[in-house]
Design a protein around this ligand. Sequence first.
Ligand code: NAD
Ligand code: WQD
Length: 344
Amino acid sequence: MKEKILVTGGTGYIGSHTVVELQNAGYEVVIVDNLSNSNADVVDNIEQISGIRPAFEKLDCLDLEGLDAVFTKYQGIKAIIHFAASKAVGESVQKPLLYYRNNLGSLINLLELMPKHGVEGIVFSSSCTVYGQPDQLPVTEEAPIKKAESPYGNTKQINEEIIRDVVASGSPIHAILLRYFNPIGAHPSALLGELPNGVPQNLVPYLTQTAIGIREKLSVFGDDYNTPDGSCIRDFINVVDLAKAHVVAIDRMLEGKQEEKVEVFNIGTGRGVSVLELIHAFEKATGVKLNYQIVGRRAGDIEQVWANPERANKVLGWKAETGIEDTLRSAWNWQLKLRERGIQ
Ligand code: NAD
Ligand code: WQD
């Protein structure tokens, strides 16, 4: 068994897939999650896939004493992967204080406790949202950080700064900031996936809910952008590929291979796919015809963004492997499984 890793938000969408990959790679995992956006039965599904039941503590990362007790209970935690955060862009505009409190407070608590408990490093879930609309595409890690479009996006920028400031102040920790592009899809077993709360805001959950008949029609927000087919372009990254990026980041950190105490990596495919292309890829992959219509633009949307993932390819030795059709098929199988389980 390799080192012990604390995964905050480990029952969430990306966290749960990452716990599976960490366990597959031999790491011992302790999950902390307050279940504000996930369910405890995810732990059963992780166990079913990987054959190992991770330790699970239902706890809010804002609870400093509770977190302190977790580090004491599970002696020898070597690194943290910090997923726990509130992540709905629209809600963050309505409830900025909730977002600032949760997303900043959780990180601050962890950073405060790390040296005390000998935790060597933290992998942080950042986002391509920090780039806004980049001046050059594909976007590299050197691109300037643009003014955030939402309080949520701002918490990612501030979190990155907090980590840099803490390291610069002489804290003995290391950090790896992973800037995810657009994570989609589900585990091939259909035992893990994204479980949106209420009406989905993101494209793929809305699309699969439309395909299965929960929603009547998918609205495509705009076909008058300056892109080949007029719809927006994103870099859709398979969630299992994304999960694997965390494992190689942890390997690098714990093997002492980091060249800088804070390293940043884009985690994307390097390929831009438009909203309309994605719809057609879904139809092709599943044979299901999708009811959609073009409507006006959505406020705050970036026209086009995709990653230059070369640094992650070279330095981490990580590459996105799964094609868009396989990924969309996995999202569809997950949606079908949810129906089978009577969840949605
Ligand atoms: P998610 O909501 O599925 O997972 C987050 C988990 O954190 C949930 O299980 C939730 O219950 C838990 N949580 C929230 N606040 C907590 C707290 N204070 N204490 C303990 N647990 C708490 O979201 P996700 O899509 O898996 O995202 C994971 C991380 O990746 C987040 O930090 C998110 O901002 C970031 N991210 C996500 C995307 C995306 O499109 N999904 C893109 C870029 C970055
Ligand atoms: C993708 C494209 C929409 C829904 C958000 C956050 C970002 C990051 C990932 C965390 C856009 C279009 C969508 C629909 C549509 N999260 N769309 N109809 O906006 O790229 O990024 O999630 O860090 O911070 O902002 O993702 O899935 O919402 O949209 O046409 O019903 O799909 O306009 O072009 P987005 P998304």
